[in-house]
Design a protein around this ligand. Sequence first.
Ligand SMILES: Cc1ncc(C[n+]2csc(CCOP(=O)(O)OP(=O)(O)O)c2C)c(N)n1
Ligand SMILES: [Mg+2]
Length: 586
Amino acid sequence: MGLMRGADAILDTLEAGGTELLVGYIGHTTQELADATRERTGMRTVNPTTELGGAHLINGYNFVKGRGAAAGLWHTCGTLLIPMALYEGMFSRIPSVHLGFNVDGSFKDRESMQEMPNVEALAAVTRWSTRAERPDKLPETINRAIQRAHGAPAGPTFVDIPFDLSVDVAEMEIPTGFSAPTYRAGADPEQVRAAVSLLARAKRPVLIIGGGAVTSGADAEVKELAELAGVPVTTTHTSQGILPESHQLSLGSSGPIGWRCANDWIANADVVVAVGTRLSEWGYSQSYTAPMPGKLIHIDTDPGQLGNFYFPEIGMVGDARTVLRQFIEAIRQDTDFVEAPFPEREYYNTVLEAKEKWLSEIRDRGQSDESPISPWRAASAVEAALGPEDIIATDTGNNLGWIFQGVSTERSRRLVTTFGAGVLGAGLPMALGAKLARPESNVVVGVGDGGFGYSHNEIAFALREDIPVTIVVFNDSGLGANRSFMNHLYGQAAWTDLNNPDFVALARAYGADGEKVEEAGDLDAAVKRGVGSGTVYVIEVPISQSYDYPSTGSGGKVKWPPRQWPGDAIGTRSPGRFDVANGSAR
Ligand SMILES: Cc1ncc(C[n+]2csc(CCOP(=O)(O)OP(=O)(O)O)c2C)c(N)n1
Ligand SMILES: [Mg+2]
């Protein structure tokens, strides 16, 4: 307890709450805070080119760290630039705390310049959005924002702080001893017994493991249950690698651009155990079109996710690691369960064959010598230049699909992208955040020419702060994903052409390095040069427009039919109660 300036109390509270990186932007409302950061040694402060770039960077940093270790400090009007990144944090469950500094409290409600309705505006894209009213409430309010960001589900939180509170001096006490709340709630043992009984009798079981299992640190439990019960494991994009993808039981990720073997196996499974996943549009459901004929056991910390699209046979609220541990113990007690080494399970060879078929298809594509260069060839060059501890990031668009299909991972949090919200332009700043979070890892980010247009200005920031990443620009002179969709749906595209600059010249104009690669045979060496360059390195790869959205399911080819009443064609899929295919109740 003691007399403190508000700005110092804010920084002390963030630091005590585990913040190690401050991402800030100057404005007249953040000047006092900027001044206070100059005294700090415990937290690094960086100033990105734009607030949106900075907010994406925070997501990349915190995703890789697995906690809200980077926080945002924004000037009033700049705060309204960050919502898309917050949305990403909501959907991908990335914890982060954002403090927005508003005009002096004495100007409130006078339509003073830059008086922004930030609390209200951000309420829809945060787990909690509030306004601090008194200086002596700052530590408590910010501490609460940190705790709520780490809730279940995790996500961004926001505190609006009138400028005067950062200057005020008040008696304050900084909360210390913070540790992020952990959720280790188990599920109802009755339901666990019923679920393992289904699993023990299954003929073609599957696990769908989502990002919630990564947050929960359930890597060991996923492997143990998979091996014990001989269940093939599929992931979503946020959890890719939670079981090493080289493991015999890993079928890779499911979803519209997932591994075909994963989508097919789930579509034909008789028992599906989904853990820590929303079963979202970008997961197995593939734009809410994929059938789920198997009996679904769905486990999540958020009850709102159960039955959101697929009605589960058994829905359980609980923590992924704890519930998987319950499964491991309970299945051993099940009288029908036969313990056997997993390669002896009946379907084991079918799983291996399906996986090998997919991987050999991808390997063949990755070796293509075609000119113009095949995007899978570029993805395989990225893979070849990196080790397992390095990080591969992408933007959204076709480039995301090509890269996620063309690379594989042996650990979680290695692949970084705008997973949940698919925000164009997020890839590069997220990659910069990832590099800051793991400086010992090399980082390569694949971006499309469209997405790069949103964020290449962050190269200037990356050079100033010495954050070397290699950027591979998949240049198809257009907004390729939408060109693909429109060609499929309407026979022709509109609004998708781009008139691009010379990307290598652009990189050089910032002071970065780079090269354009037009021959497949030159790619591997170019990416290795970039990774070894020690600077920001831009590799422009011209891609033919003939390469399509790399769909492995129905996603991307869906044309919403005119809605028919009763029964929306993309309504909730509740087998046995509502027949989606026929749009009528059964
Ligand atoms: C902010 C934002 N605007 C629009 C979109 C819709 N969108 C998704 S992918 C895409 C095309 C991206 O083009 P590019 O970056 O060149 O990647 P490509 O698909 O060509 O690989 C667009 C416009 C989006 N996801 N986010
Ligand atoms: Mg493009």
